[in-house]
Design a binder for this molecule. Structure first.
Ligand SMILES: [Cu+2]
Length: 109
């Protein structure tokens, strides 16, 4: 194996542990004042980006006491909510403006 290949392999091996810690993005859609998926599973112990896409014309407030997050998303737009690293467990979130229907959970495992 030539020197370049050896160095490339070495770099890949060194980067490997960090690769798994890189934030993974998850998309949550708001439509008709409901979240889809209403249940989202993601790896515990890592940071994640939640992309909350509001497909309704009216604004919503993405809120989670469990994850200590609260952010307004305007109608027909999207926001990014950074969460974690979360311990394994269940984290509720809701749409403050439509709490009767806009309910969801994140399961970190
Ligand atoms: Cu609020």
């Amino acid at each position: 194996m030539n020197a370049v290949k050896k160095l490339t392999l070495l770099a890949a091996l060194v980067a490997l542990p960090y690769a798994s810690a890189v934030a993974a993005d998850y998309t949550i859609i708001i439509k008709d004042h409901k979240f889809t998926p209403a249940e989202l599973k993601l790896p515990a112990g890592e940071k994640h980006k939640l992309i909350v896409k509001n497909e309704d014309a009216t604004p919503e407030e993405f809120e989670s006491h469990d994850m200590k997050r609260e952010k307004i998303v305007a109608g027909n737009s999207q926001i990014t909510v950074n969460v974690g690293p979360l311990k394994a467990g269940t984290y509720k979130y809701f749409g403050e403006f439509n709490q009767a229907t806009a309910q969801g959970v994140i399961i970190a495992e």
